[in-house]
Design a protein around this ligand. Structure first.
Ligand SMILES: [Mn+2]
Length: 261
């Protein structure tokens, strides 16, 4: 069965106008994906554009839930990171037991308790609403507040010591991923493209230096795919106006292909 890919052109959570542009991400990723030789046929859906946060979350959740009724694997493309909320709610309803979230992001996205959740606190909302209990593994954080670090401690898996600076870091991170994957049966992966080093993914609103290398992310995703437990994922925060030669959209398309093929 063809995979369903839901495009969510929403970036209204990004307050500073100059940092916006992620609403154009899904179209740019689709263009690049469809020009990759190995990209399989997929059904591309799109949620309505809106300025209303709550309406967007509802629309995303109902679109994803409708797809989960038909299949066991749904993909979302943002948009800013807030679009993951509806996707993850739909996932958690479909797979209420033994489910886990792997969250690749340069940030913790746990800043506040905004209602409705924004891209600054979407992960905090997911924790507060216990969508995955403590089955959350965060990878790639390198710019965060004390308040965020306090909030997440004891609520999810993370290890700041094993950032991607060291030569053997991908292997160390793979070992957490292996341990984590053993504890759950259904995995949702959320990929904020800013987890990647901005030298390789400049097209994003908040580039953070010294990030993950693209080949290391693909290496980790290949392991996850082989577990056959991945039932949903999203790629967010690709911002074409900030991009250079579509490099970031192309990389997002490649990540999409890697998880689809
Ligand atoms: Mn994020």
């Amino acid at each position: 069965m063809q995979a369903s890919i839901i495009k969510i052109p929403f970036d209204k959570c990004i307050v500073e106008q100059a940092r916006r542009g992620a609403a154009l991400g899904p179209g740019a990723i689709q263009n690049e994906a469809e020009s990759l030789f190995l990209f399989p046929k997929a059904s591309w859906l799109q949620v309505k554009e809106t300025n209303d946060f709550a309406a967007m979350h509802k629309e995303v959740e109902s679109t994803a839930s409708a797809e989960y009724k038909k299949k066991n694997f749904v993909i979302g493309l943002g948009g800013d990171h807030s679009v993951s909320y509806g996707l993850m709610k739909a996932f958690a309803k479909k797979f209420p037991k033994k489910s886990g979230l792997i969250y690749f992001d340069a940030h913790f996205d746990c800043q506040d308790d905004f209602l409705p959740p924004t891209h600054e606190d979407v992960l905090r909302t997911v924790v507060n609403e216990k969508l995955f209990g403590k089955n959350i593994l965060h990878i790639g954080a390198r710019n965060f507040t004390d308040k965020e670090q306090k909030f997440i401690t004891g609520k999810m898996w993370f290890n700041l010591a094993d950032m991607f600076y060291a030569e053997n870091a991908p292997k160390a991170v793979l070992s957490y991923i292996k341990d984590f994957a053993k504890t759950v049966d259904n995995i949702y992966i959320s990929i904020d493209i800013d987890v990647i080093d901005p030298a390789f993914a400049p097209g994003t609103g908040w580039p953070e230096p010294a990030g993950v290398l693209p080949q290391h992310l693909l290496y980790l995703l290949n392991f996850l795919k082989a577990t056959k437990k991945v039932r949903g994922f999203d790629i967010v925060e690709v911002s074409p106006p900030k991009d250079v030669n579509n490099t970031t959209a192309r990389l997002a398309a490649r990540v999409l292909l890697e998880l689809l093929k």
